[in-house]
Design a protein around this ligand. Structure first.
Ligand SMILES: [Zn+2]
Length: 272
């Protein structure tokens, strides 16, 4: 599933194509994309809207229109946006812009969503679902500690909760915990100041590396020009069962935390 670095990579690639452009013709041919709204009605509402900015919050892409409305796109498992997607399979929506170019939405597994919000609806919608952005300057180790305070949940589960921090998923939580040398089953509330500082730094490091590598390509993630990211070559923990830890050489282990596969080094990331 695309996480913050993948969604941010898509945003950076697609924003120049959309910003300042008017949606001249919109086709949505998947009822799951807009449900419970009728895709025909949503397409009609989108037609004529002019794009002001393409933003991101957590794993959401936000297409802000000059009218004050916003289209909130969640790519879920396999969604992607493509520029001039001629001949692409699994296209669920196609937008023609006023410069004649096209942007397509491709989704093999069809879990992605498009939600058109009226002016004033965006902030309350996101406010109820996503916490602080981990890459903004205002995100501090102290603030992270406040968000984990009193929480008995395992660290991994607390970090996967989008209301703790926006945009972390299974990959980048495992990577951040490896960098921070913290066991995924540590109770979230048990971290001391030094550990919080390490975790804060590690979260940013993992996400920034992911963005620099244009995300990780595991199954169907593609950049808007059809290329793919290379973060998977940098993984320290995720998916590396029995491979030697890059820090100490100990074979990495896999456990399940909250139903999610979780990889860690049993030597560097101790529970006691
Ligand atoms: Zn190790």
């Amino acid at each position: 599933m695309p996480e913050l670095p993948e969604v941010e990579t898509v945003r950076r690639a697609i924003a120049p194509a959309l910003e300042g452009r008017t949606l001249e013709h919109v086709v949505i041919n998947d009822i799951r994309l807009t449900r419970p709204e009728d895709p025909l009605a949503v397409a009609a509402e989108l037609t004529g809207e002019r794009v002001e900015h393409v933003d991101r919050r957590g794993k959401y892409l936000i297409v802000r229109f000059a009218s004050g409305r916003a289209l909130l796109i969640h790519l879920r498992m396999t969604g992607s946006l493509l520029r001039d997607p001629v001949g692409t399979s699994h296209l669920r929506a196609l937008v023609r812009l006023d410069d004649g170019s096209e942007v397509g939405y491709r989704d093999v597994r069809r879990f992605g969503t498009w939600l058109l919000l009226e002016p004033g609806e965006l902030e309350p919608y996101l406010g109820a679902r996503v916490g602080e952005e981990p890459l903004v300057a205002a995100f501090t180790a102290k603030g992270l500690g406040e968000r984990l305070e009193g929480r008995k949940a395992p660290l991994k589960a607390a970090l996967l909760d989008q209301r703790t921090l926006a945009g972390l998923g299974n990959i980048y939580v495992d990577e951040a915990l490896w960098y921070a040398r913290l066991h995924p089953l540590r109770p979230a509330r048990s971290l001391d100041r030094d550990e919080l500082r390490r975790l804060h730094r590690a979260i940013r490091k993992a996400l920034e590396l992911g963005i620099a590598r244009q995300g990780s390509t595991l199954t169907d993630y593609r950049l808007p020009d059809g290329s793919s990211g290379s973060m998977q070559k940098e993984f320290k923990a995720y998916g590396r069962l029995d491979e030697p830890c890059d820090r100490c050489g100990t074979p990495l282990e896999k456990i399940r935390v909250g139903g999610r596969g979780t990889w860690f080094c049993p030597n560097c990331q101790r529970l006691d």
